[in-house]
Design a protein around this ligand. Sequence first.
Ligand code: BES
Ligand code: MN
Ligand code: MN
Length: 462
Amino acid sequence: MQTITLHQQILEYLETQKEKYLNELFELLRFPSISADSQYKDKVIQTAEWLKNHAIELGFDNVQLLPTGGFPVLFGEKIVNPNFPTVIVYGHYDVQPADPLELWESPPFEPTIKEGKIYARGATDDKGQFFMHFKAFELLQNTTGLPCNVKLMIEGEEEVGSPNLGPFLKQYKELFQGDLILVSDTSLIANDIPSITTGLRGLIYLEVEVTGPNRDLHSGTYGGAVYNPINALCQMISQLKNQDGVIQIPHFYDDVIVYSEEERALLAQQPFDLETYKKSLEIDEVFGENGYTTIERTSIRPSLDVNGIWGGYTGEGSKTVLPSKAFAKISMRLVPNQDPDKITHLFTDYFLSIAPKGVKVKVKPHHGGKPVLIPLDSNAYKAASKAMEISFGKTPIPTKGGGSIPIVALFNEILNIPTVLMGFGLDTDALHSPNEHYGIFNFFKGIETIALFHHELKNIHG
Ligand code: BES
Ligand code: MN
Ligand code: MN
């Protein structure tokens, strides 16, 4: 009975605040906080400052922008009672670059509502999602009171691999003591099929450089007699996977957890329609490791992809040139228990070993992160599951996300605190793509669910 009144109270108050909450989110979305592009450095800092002021207005104490080796982390806290559980909210205020700009139907940093969705870079990843926690905090303070202590950890470098957050966590270990880290930066299966992410893939991102002759050559006078580095690179890339989608790096699969038939049967129960999937991507056929379903290929199996490739002449018209250099950016998604450092070595050894004579090869690692597996038997997971059950009217399904949030593994390792990945986006929100969007339904459902989460956690905790 009590929960119903509480839920009702939350919903009624939320109804009166919707316009205000949306307007505030729009203000946040107008900042082009692109962490990857140094031209936007000032904008990223301004975003952090806007958030700092907003956190102060909401009544967080001890609000600060804590310095890191890169962009600052927003900290703030509200300790209502030291005996209450403490929720640490993690999110990221940086966004991916918006290009290609010409494919956006409305400007990426001018949020626009269309068919019930907010279109803007960062709408779902992750501004629209972490901001729900700010608003749930505000809502709780103005209705039931805060049933838990809250701390903020909102960073500005997730989209570039959180390179400074590991050392930061070590430095501020004492400050970030709490019962759990709550993250909304993942997807639901669908708006009527709630889910909680219980695994994320790890990541390795590398750049390779292949050098042939010491300068660009005339492709007539030298062509046919010198190894073209672009051809060499393509041949090498073609040896990374076979026709069955199996990665060819020796020992690559050695540490991959093999799932039992029971666990695979559970994954297969997830609603998924291959025809809709293919149609939405306008492809005739999916491709991946033989013997695995599309869900498995994007959750419990590792993958390898070329993210970009360049070299030689790509300008207007033609230029007959045999280039000196060729480059590619290559990423691998890892699953438990693959280790990023070990796989980086295996890749490098193999890649150098398949280089033909006549070219030189360099492999430069960019960033990486470990895969994570989240147990379902924690209080944190139970509270999230209960909160979603109340707000969606259905028990959420545990899923595994194909993407990566590199810092999550370190929450466990450095802070020794469990994480809950209670995200409200959809995989079809075009995150990292043109026309990124976030459903207004998802934004408000998230605020409602997060408010309920705090109460459920307090109930379980006692
Ligand atoms: N929020 C995403 C990760 C994500 C998206 C997880 C959807 C599950 C479902 C995050 O911001 C992201 O994009 N991570 C990057 C890694 C980073 C090192 C650039 C990724 O997964 O590519
Ligand atoms: Mn994200
Ligand atoms: Mn992202």
